[in-house]
Structures are given as C-alpha cells and as structure tokens.
Design a protein around this ligand. Structure first.
Ligand code: GLA
Length: 392
C-alpha cells in the first residue's frame, strides 16, 4: 500500500465513488534541517520537502456534501459543507481524528475566502509519509487537500495563502497549536534546496543544499516513538515562550538577541530562561547555518546541527532517550552532524553523512538501539524535492 500512493488514492476513489476522479493532487512531508520551535516565536526555520507525499484524488458531487476516505482506515466520513461551521472548532470531537485534517482544510478555505463556490466533493487519500515520525504527515495532507480544493473551487489562492489555510485547519480544527513551518515547507519545497523562512514576514529564500554534489546523504532515523502535538508538551513549550516574551516586554522571542540573554536570565525563572535561551540561540544558528552553507558548503554545517540538538535536549527538553541515542551513535560512527527534527517528544532524528558512510552509520545506530533494548529504528535517506503539485 505504501509503494504507489498516487495509484492507491485513485483506486480508493474508484472503489468509493464508482467512477474516475477529476484529478489527483499531492503535497510532501518535510525534514527540518535546523530551527526548531522557532516558527511560532516569529523566528527562522530551514526545512526542506522530501519525496514522501500525500495524494488526494478528488471528484465533485452535486449535493453539497463532502466525503473523505483514506487508505489508513476503512472508515468513511461524510458531512454537509454547510455543517462544517458548526463542527469546527466546537464539536470537533464528533469527527474522527484523521478526518479533521481534510475537513478542517475545507472549513478553513470556505471560512477564509467566504466563497460560495464550494461544491460538494469526494476525497480519497493515500500517503507514504510516515505518521508520527516528525516528518509532517499532517502538513502533507493539508497541502494536498488545500491545493485540490483551491483549484476545484476556483479560489486562485497563492501558495503562502494555502499554507496559512493548512495552519488554520491544524490550529483550530485539529486543535494542535503549531506554527507555519510545515505548511510553508510542503507548499514551497524545491529539488535539492531548503527554504530559509522568516516566520514573521513569511519571506522565503530558496537555498541550494548541494548535498549530492558534496557526496552527502541526509539520513532519517525514525525512532518509532510516536508523538502528538495536539496534547501535552508542545503546547507547554509554546506557553513558556509566550510567558518569556511577555516578561521581557517583546512581541515575540524573535525580538530577543543573544546579547539580551544575561538580562533575560535575571528576569526569568530557570525553566522559562532555558526555554528562551533555546529559541534565541536556535534563531542565531539558523542564520549561521544558511550563511555557512552559502560560503563553505554543506560539509561545514555539522557542528551547528549538533549544537541545535544539545540545546533541544538540555534547554528546551523536547528530546527523548531514543533520539539522543540515535544522534550520539550516528556521530560516533562518523556523521558530519545530527539532531532530532520536528516537534520532539519522539519521532525522528536526522544525520548528515558522507555517501560512503551511510551503511556504517545505519548499522551503528541499529546496534545502539539493540544494546539499549529499544525497538529497531527505521532508517532511510531522503532527498529534497518539490512542494505541492497537481499530479494528473
Ligand atoms: C511541529 C510544528 C511546527 C514546528 C515544529 C517544531 O512540526 O508543526 O510548526 O513548531 O514542530 O519546530
């Protein structure tokens, strides 16, 4: 089921509706190279879109209803489009969790554009983005559905507007208080490049990564430890950052520089200070990574990746023993740099490795997991590729 999700989405549609879809759209997951939890602090991030994508096959219907099906579950969810406003956000619990993403996007699009062009649709979804691995399976589904509905409903929104629709769906319909990084990356991804994004202005620079030319590979080490951002730690971290910004009298932690940290330490309690220090130093590391990449090439960014991991482990406290094990084992086996990626509390770590040492690093991480008594990690390379598109 995971080998050809475009064909799977189409086949599921035909099963569901009994005819061919009007089209198939897709949008990718992402790996964040550096810049974690900086997005909702108006800061900087540097993610890239990967080859794992979510596909949605769409056909219109004439009764004003929206029906969604997915290869992940036999359940099919159907509601009237004009019911969506009653369901989100207040009665979201009545909708199966997976269906809140596509239905939330439909709701956010209709609400934001005030469009009465919304016709009923059937949507069939298939994906090969690993779920819960910190690779933004949610932004992939949001991007695919937003692109499909935007075109079908003739809304003509640009990619940044569609990314914002995805974030509204995620924040309000799903209830996960995330930032804009994942949706922007899914919409704007380019082959062999990462997106240097200012999350305040939403200005995005496409920066060549040059991994292939430098003989480098980016390994994802999925620990298999599942996380969710709709509950628990993610929201607490966000609240700490907001408390820090309020106490320091700034609109967002983006406005605090490394030089301001001694004053912050005087004003904040220890935990809040360490949360703030992570964000402030991480923003500086993103800028430094982009500069280093441009001036010296990808071989030179390893120490910045490692410093980012240490900051997340010790100051922001969002790592997990499995993530630390993956990072430490990868570095010991010769990786140029490694860090956990995404929201944390589980999911995946990444390692930048030379082409020749991929097997060595993979074996070392696998062995370290076995020694620690952890379930075997899922380790694979990813390639920076293009963002949302219509497939056929
Ligand atoms: C999740 C969120 C993003 C971002 C990252 C952490 O992926 O969806 O908005 O906050 O965590 O960098």
């Amino acid at each position: 089921m995971t080998t050809a999700p475009a064909a799977d989405a189409r086949a599921l549609f035909v099963d569901l509706v009994g005819s061919e879809p009007t089209g198939v759209w897709s949008s990718p997951g992402r790996v964040n190279l550096i810049g974690e939890h900086t997005d909702y602090n108006d800061g900087f991030v540097f993610p890239f879109a990967i080859e794992h994508r979510t596909y949605v096959a769409l056909g219109t219907r004439t009764d004003g209803r929206i029906r969604v099906a997915s290869t992940f579950t036999p359940e099919v969810v159907e509601v009237a489009l004009d019911e969506l406003d009653d369901l989100f956000p207040a009665r979201r619990d009545e909708i199966a969790e997976w269906a809140r993403y596509p239905l939330g996007v439909a709701w956010a699009l209709a609400k934001t554009t005030g469009s009465d062009a919304a016709t009923g649709v059937d949507l069939a979804i298939a994906s090969d983005v690993p779920v819960g691995a910190g690779l933004s399976s949610s932004a992939a589904i949001e991007g695919a559905v937003a692109s499909a509905l935007d075109e079908t409903w003739g809304l003509g929104l640009d990619r940044v507007a569609l990314a914002k629709i995805g974030r509204t769906a995620e924040n309000e319909a799903v209830g996960a208080p995330t930032g804009i990084m994942d949706q922007m990356s899914s919409m704007l991804g380019r082959p062999d490049a990462a997106i240097f994004l200012d999350c305040r202005s939403l200005e995005a620079d496409v920066v060549d990564l040059g991994f292939a030319d430098a003989g480098l590979e980016l390994l994802v080490m999925d620990t298999g430890v599942k996380h969710s951002h709709a509950t628990g730690g993610y929201g607490e971290r966000r609240a700490s950052c907001e408390l820090g910004a309020r106490t320091l009298g700034v609109a967002a932690l983006r406005d605090v520089s490394v030089d301001d940290l001694p004053r912050a330490e005087e004003l904040l309690d220890d935990v809040t200070y360490r949360r703030v220090r992570h964000i402030v130093t991480e923003n500086a590391r993103v800028i430094e990574t982009v500069r280093t990449l441009r001036e010296k090439g990808p071989e030179a960014i390893g120490d910045l990746l490692v410093a980012s991991h240490v900051s997340m482990r010790d100051d922001f406290e969002i790592s997990a023993p499995e993530l630390d094990t993956a990072v430490d084992a990868a570095l010991a086996a010769g990786a140029i740099g490694a860090r956990m990626t995404g929201g944390g509390f589980g999911g995946a770590a990444i390692a930048l490795v030379s082409h020749d040492s991929v097997d060595q690093v993979r074996d070392a991480v696998t062995a370290a997991f076995a020694d620690a008594g952890y379930a075997a990690p899922h380790i694979f390379t990813v390639t920076p590729l293009e963002g949302a598109r219509r497939d056929n």
